[in-house]
Design a protein around this ligand. Structure first.
Ligand code: SD4
Length: 329
């Protein structure tokens, strides 16, 4: 797989009409026939392989796409060696590990948490926000209280290894308000999107965010439409990378909307990446990647820089896929 053939053509968009609300005059289309039958789960980055297997346990038993993605996310959140998700995540510049997550199902229900500290599984809390509250998002102390009230597992963070790194970083970075340099090592959030045996979609995105971020900073990952978007009428998309840039183009929602008007997942992801590139004059280290799948089972991804990959699991496949990209580091 992974031989992407580029075909320059704008015809899809003209055929689809209603172009005026989107700004991609020379929108290219791509021939990309990576079609997957039956239940399938896609997750960002190499940690997605194991997350997918955890998610598969749910999908294979006929469980929902949403539950599968939450199970996969929780697997990664428990991985103490993972420095960008969950318990082993890196702190903000004040030393606090604050976690962000969101979930969405194919009927448009969603829940999210942001700036959540001391709770092991923000993805599960996000699902509880969706199911047990009238709200779409809880943050900070309120999110924590909600998690405690509902018996979610507590944790002490940062874990010792991470604290050691933080103290070393702090020594080197006396000017605590100077933004850290973003690079690809700093980006490893997990976003998972799935289609279940009934054809329903669901997704989860979870992260500890930008390492040594300013206290109070939220990225795209807990924001519906930015880090994740799901719609049974179309499919699903999720994002990873510099959250500020992803938020500013409503990244995942636009990927889904582009698929709605006829783009394949990989070309929809590419279109949003190109928009990010156009809107950010300084791309130094600005990595963003999207993955998506549509109702027909086409899957794809695209990133600003090379090096972004995603894990794919179905009944027949269990593999990493290199996403296409616009430029090399
Ligand atoms: C954020 N998007 O907080 C997340 C970080 C990330 O890969 O994706 N890292 O901005």
């Amino acid at each position: 797989m992974n031989r992407r053939k580029f075909i320059k053509s704008g015809s899809l968009f003209f055929a689809a009409g209603t172009l005026s609300s989107f700004d991609f005059p020379d929108a290219p289309t791509y021939e990309f026939n990576d079609k997957v039958e039956g239940p399938v789960i896609l997750s960002t980055w190499i940690h997605g392989l194991e997350a997918n297997r955890a998610a598969w346990n749910v999908l294979a038993k006929g469980g929902s796409a949403l539950d599968a993605t939450v199970a996969g996310a929780m697997h990664t959140e428990s991985d103490l060696t993972n420095r960008s998700v969950g318990i082993g995540g890196r702190p903000d510049r004040a030393g606090h590990v604050t976690l962000d997550a969101c979930v969405m199902d194919g009927d448009g229900r969603s829940g999210s948490v942001g700036f959540l500290e001391g709770i092991a599984h923000p993805a599960a809390v996000a699902k509880a926000v969706m199911e047990k509250t009238p709200h779409a998002m809880l943050v900070g102390a309120g999110a924590k209280q909600f998690a405690l009230d509902h018996g979610f597992e507590t944790i002490k963070t940062p874990i010792p290894e991470v604290k050691k790194d933080y103290l070393a970083w702090k020594k080197e970075n006396k000017d605590l308000f100077k933004p850290p340099k973003i690079n690809h090592e700093n980006h490893d959030t997990i976003g998972l999107i799935a289609r279940d045996a009934k054809g329903n979609f669901g997704g989860t995105c979870t992260t500890s965010g930008w390492a040594y971020k300013m206290p109070g900073r939220l990225g795209d990952s807990p924001i519906i439409g930015a880090g994740l978007f799901v719609d049974n009428e179309v499919g699903a998309a999720t994002a990873t990378g510099l959250g500020e840039a992803i938020i500013r183009v409503a990244g995942s929602a636009i990927v889904v909307e582009l698929m709605r008007i006829g783009m394949k997942p990989s070309e929809a992801c590419k279109e949003v990446v190109l928009r990010i590139i156009r809107k950010n004059k300084d791309l130094t280290g600005l990595q963003c990647g999207f993955i998506a799948m549509d109702k027909e089972g086409n899957v794809g991804g695209f990133s600003v820089y090379n090096g972004f990959n995603f894990a794919l699991k179905s009944s027949l496949r269990d593999e990493m896929v290199d996403a296409d990209f616009d430029r090399k580091w």
